[in-house]
Design a protein around this ligand. Sequence first.
Ligand code: SF4
Length: 265
Amino acid sequence: MPGKLAARIVSIYLTLSCNAWKIQRRFGFLYVNGSILFLSLNLLLLRSMAPSPDAKRHAARIVRRLAAEYRDAVCALNFDNPLELLVATILSAQCTDVRVNIVTESLFDKYQSAEDFAAAPLRQLEQAIRTTGFFRNKAKNIKACCQNIVDLHDGDVPRNLEQLVELPGVGRKTANVVLGVAFEVASGVVVDTHVGRLSRRLGMTRETDPVKIERDLMEQLSRRQWIAFSHRMIHHGRRVCTARRPKCDECKMANCCPRIGVETN
Ligand code: SF4
């Protein structure tokens, strides 16, 4: 739904709701009518914010094509346990998975538990992850995150979104990766740079903020599709629908893609 229309609906809703409450307070006998109006507006707002049947059909086509093309797509980060995946995902910010896998091969030999990372001298940790970029910030976050896991979760990575996003350096994207890949819990849709870009080009969202993109995707997809959808979109973004030169001519999604924002030569 266009942002302006949604804002207008919310504004009308709030105005009418306030009026309904004022009526209720002033004229007790209109309480029932006021409540009905309040309830009706709630339902109207919920309906107006839900994806249209067309949007859901469009999403279903995209899901089918992605599944046909990338049936076995999985997370490209190497890990043996949830903690390793958490650390690798933090390292993957602004870095390729290939580079992260090179770095973590020796990193995970040296540091094998949350206690190890928490006790690591910061400078040493920085040097160990230096080539992933933003290494000072990442090292600080990994250390603080692991200290938090030791202090509050007995050294185990928590299995729910609320506790994961409380950890330093862990946002919704990282939490969704860990829950979906390590624990097979569909807590949301992972929105990285590829998923964000493709979702807009494919007409599944107009948003640029990852949280809002994720909300749009969660509404259009069923929960059981959330985990695989992200992996497949990321694969498609890397191989075909690249940021600078999307290969629309050889794209299997072309029949269902409006190519929004893609320049044609
Ligand atoms: S048709 Fe082009 S823009 Fe659409 S998904 Fe394929 S490569 Fe991307």
